[in-house]
Design a protein around this ligand. Structure first.
Ligand SMILES: Cc1cc2nc3c(=O)[nH]c(=O)nc-3n(C[C@H](O)[C@H](O)[C@H](O)COP(=O)(O)O)c2cc1C
Ligand SMILES: C=C(O[C@@H]1CC(C(=O)O)=C[C@@H](OP(=O)(O)O)[C@H]1O)C(=O)O
Length: 392
């Protein structure tokens, strides 16, 4: 099993993540993790911070000479502004701020967080509720992707909706599309829709508004048999749903044809099993049946609300210090973060699949993990009719 936990505040010294359960001997280099962090910073419509934020990575433990040790992997991602701007405001030493934030921003965790934890300064809430934390998830996801690579699993994501601009649901990307998607400013495969998405962001930015949208994640090469139908908390679709819904501002998750199948007849909603190789000409189920991976690509889509902070603040709130009507204050903000959210969603899918792969195949070393997987796959592939036994 894979366990991981992040820590750190948005404007604190750094974020950290500890990842436990990765077998020894996995090839892991800092550059590969940093490259994933850089992908998350991209995207038309992101705010000023992403232009200077470096996401400087330090591997604190668990890796030696480019290979994992089987011990907890400890990663640190520095926050670029700490030294310059935040050492006093975010100091862990006793003291107090002269700049309390007392007007909670609607659409953020501010008010519920203030009430729940008994604070009188919304900074105590927003620092941890900020999606800055997703940088640590992406670092952990890079480790999970490296592990999944041993099984031949590869993950790709693309933006399928930004504001009102939306691609056809038929376009499911291959691993070969990854470079082309990352080269797109909005991480969209279809050039015509890409242009419409950029126009949407421009129009929203011009009037100080924000946009939501959706990103689809596809995992290719996932073996049959991850997840289970035997308990509610072992269903792979349930695990993916929780993981993706935990991304800030993600409000819905669909698997495969998800939303569309609700409105069609059953005869058009499922995937036929064809021939002696048990092929699936369609993948409406998104690679999961009964909570178990079925060998088809896993397809999950995360739907994001428009960002809550607006560059032209208009949303009403109440200043808790005075009880007076106020307008939500503006931290720097992105116009949209859907392209970045897709990269975070890839990480979350990778972490779920890596956890399930470890549960199924186990192993303290990568050699053992690979051997176990190969043995299972060889056995699973040896169904009687595949070697002609049924004909004898
Ligand atoms: C990558 C990423 C970047 C985000 N950037 C912003 C931002 O700049 N401004 C903002 O208001 N919300 C931003 N958000 C969303 C907020 O963090 C989120 O709306 C907030 O946590 C409340 O949403 P919730 O109710 O889903 O938790 C971002 C989310 C993600 C995934
Ligand atoms: C820092 C990141 O995103 C931040 C997420 C965020 C929010 O409210 O969630 C608000 C902004 O924070 P700041 O005021 O520091 O610019 C974004 O920049 C990041 O993704 O690394």
């Amino acid at each position: 099993m894979l366990r991981w936990l992040t820590g750190g505040e948005s404007h604190g010294r750094a974020l950290a993540v500890i990842i436990e359960g990765v077998p020894a001997g996995l090839e892991l280099v800092g550059d590969a993790i940093s490259a994933e962090l850089a992908r998350r910073r991209l995207g038309y419509g992101r705010g000023p911070r992403m232009r200077f934020e470096q996401d400087a990575l330090t591997i604190i433990g668990g890796v030696r000479h480019g290979r994992t040790l089987g011990s907890p992997i400890v990663l640190e991602i520095a926050n670029s502004e700490w030294e310059r701007k935040w050492t006093e405001e975010m100091s862990p030493d006793p003291g107090q701020t002269a700049r309390k934030l007392t007007a909670p921003r609607p659409g953020h965790a501010d008010l519920a967080g203030l009430q729940k934890y008994g604070f009188d300064d919304a900074r105590n809430v927003l620092e941890r509720a900020s999606a800055r934390e997703t940088a640590a998830r992406v670092a952990a996801g890079a480790v999970a992707k490296a592990l999944l690579g041993v099984l031949g699993v590869g993950i790709v994501s693309h933006v399928v909706q930004l504001g009102a601009a939306r691609v056809s649901v038929e376009t499911v990307p291959t691993l070969g599309d990854r470079e082309r998607i990352d080269a797109s400013e909005v991480r969209c495969l279809d050039p015509a829709v890409e242009a419409a998405m950029i126009a949407e962001v421009r129009a929203a930015a011009k009037v100080g508004d924000s946009l939501g949208g959706a990103a689809q994640v596809v995992a290719h090469g996932v073996p049959v048999g991850l997840g289970s139908y035997v308990h509610w908390d072992r269903r792979l679709d349930g695990l993916l749903g929780q993981a993706l819904l935990s991304i800030p501002a993600v409000k819905a998750v669909s698997i495969g044809a998800g939303l569309e199948v609700a409105g069609v007849r059953g005869s058009l909603a499922h995937d036929a099993i064809v021939g002696s190789q048990l092929e699936r000409p369609t993948d409406r189920a998104g690679g999961i049946e009964g909570g178990v991976s079925n060998g088809s690509p896993i397809v999950a889509t995360a739907w994001m609300k428009p960002l809550a902070t607006l560059n032209r603040p208009v949303i009403e709130t109440v200043d808790l210090a005075t009880g007076e009507r106020s307008i939500a204050f503006r931290e720097r903000t992105d116009v949209t973060a859907v392209p970045a959210m897709g990269v975070v969603a890839e990480a979350m899918v990778a972490l779920v699949l890596a956890d399930e792969a470890l549960r199924k195949f186990g192993g303290d070393s990568i050699a053992e993990f690979r051997r176990n997987a190969e043995s299972y796959l060889a056995h699973e592939a040896a169904l009687p009719w595949r070697d002609g036994a049924l004909e004898r």
